[in-house]
Ligand binder design. Structure first.
Ligand SMILES: [Zn+2]
Ligand SMILES: [Zn+2]
Length: 153
């Protein structure tokens, strides 16, 4: 799923965005790391371009999300994450403890893969599910030592 910057430039133009080195660098940063926080992106873009303001990166992320090149998801209580995997109605599993995020493929393959028990008359076309739990690392850390994994009260 890696794209050259020529493709990215085309993508930006197709969505009516001006091609800037900052926008291209943000896209490259997200290529290398899905579900990045804005801070992660700032660090990656600085490694890439030398210097760039935090505000410039936020502006890029905002513009890219607004036209759907980048998807923004914000798990409650954790910073927003940005990713380039868009338009496939995939879901996320989030670690309640450390905020790690992983993709969960849509089980059906087309949006909305899930319908509410009552649509209240809405024409539902998207389901965005966040599964919450503990990632393997945090689960291992929080498991009491020597405790059998049966769920005896
Ligand atoms: Zn975790
Ligand atoms: Zn994702």
């Amino acid at each position: 799923m890696t794209m050259t910057s020529t493709d990215d430039a085309t993508l930006l133009r197709d969505r009516g965005l001006r091609v800037t080195s900052a926008r291209l660098a943000v896209l490259r940063a997200l290529d290398g790391h899905q579900h990045s926080t804005a801070d992660d992106v700032v660090r990656a873009v600085r490694d890439d371009l030398g210097s760039v303001s935090v505000q410039a990166v936020y502006d890029c992320l905002h513009a890219l999300s607004a036209v759907g090149i980048v998807r923004r998801m914000e798990p409650a209580g954790h910073p927003a994450r940005y990713e380039r995997r868009v338009g496939d109605n995939h879901h996320h599993v989030v670690c309640r403890a450390c905020g790690a995020v992983s993709d969960v493929d849509c089980a059906v393959g087309a949006a909305p893969c899930l319908l509410p028990s009552d649509t209240h008359g809405y024409a539902v076309d998207l389901a965005e599910v966040t599964f919450w739990g503990l990632c393997p690392a945090c689960a291992a850390e929080s498991a009491p030592a020597g405790e059998p994994s049966s769920n005896t009260p």
